[in-house]
Design a protein around this ligand. Structure first.
Ligand SMILES: O=C(O)c1ccccc1N[C@@H]1O[C@H](COP(=O)(O)O)[C@@H](O)[C@H]1O
Length: 201
């Protein structure tokens, strides 16, 4: 099971996630998010992680070329397009940046083929990104992706094992569920989440 801890804001958060055994960490550049970081804070947060784990920059409304510049400037290894990006946006990002992940809610018509638009991985999330809300994964019944796809949306240390059992993702991604308050990571919950996800897989 591939485990990503997202919405980290400090080098300490990142060190805890890596120490707990996460495979990837994410920083967020999205206006209005309680986890929003500017370029300098994002670079500082992930600086010590480089090479140890995948480091994702998550953007929601930032235009693709600007997002690529931001990801390059902070040294992120992955650009996660997490919003209403079009297939053309994802294709452009994949031409400009080596590793792009496409994050989307599962709506009627959503293309669930991993790599459909040149992305490396697919992330299926709740309709309101970063809200901590769960979604009905029974909707995956006849539309389950194959390959490297991550389940996100309202996961936490208590529900991650059953979510893995039901949805059978390649990986899991969490933000709200490892926070003590909105936008504030709990190091204890990060450790618990990674341990429970590992034990379940
Ligand atoms: O966390 C945010 O504020 C956010 C803002 C804009 C785009 C994505 C965001 N978060 C991503 O949402 C999923 C799941 O989050 P949660 O566990 O339900 O809170 C995760 O990939 C975050 O990176």
């Amino acid at each position: 099971m591939y485990i990503k801890i997202c919405g980290l804001k400090t080098p300490e958060d990142v060190a805890v996630a890596i120490g707990a055994g996460a495979d990837a960490i994410g920083v967020i550049h999205a206006e209005g998010s309680p986890r929003n970081l500017d370029e300098s804070a994002a670079r500082n947060a992930i600086a010590s992680a480089s090479g140890a784990v995948d480091t994702a920059l998550v953007v929601a409304t930032t235009p693709v070329r600007e997002a690529v510049e931001f990801a390059t400037a902070i040294g992120a290894s992955v650009l996660q397009l997490h919003g209403r990006y079009t297939p053309e946006d994802v294709q452009l990002a994949a031409q400009l940046f080596p590793r792009v992940w496409r994050a989307t809610a599962l709506r009627p018509g959503t293309n669930v083929e991993v790599g459909a638009y040149g992305e490396e991985r697919l992330l299926l999330d709740a309709p309101r990104a970063g809200s901590g809300e769960r979604w009905d994964t029974s909707a995956l019944e006849n539309r389950r992706p194959t390959g490297q796809w991550l389940l996100a949306g309202g996961l936490d240390p208590r529900n991650v094992a059953s979510a893995i059992e039901t949805a059978r993702p390649w990986g899991v991604d969490v933000s709200s569920g490892v926070e003590s308050a909105r936008g504030v990571k709990s190091h204890a919950l990060i450790r618990e989440f990674v341990a429970n996800a590992r034990a379940a897989s």
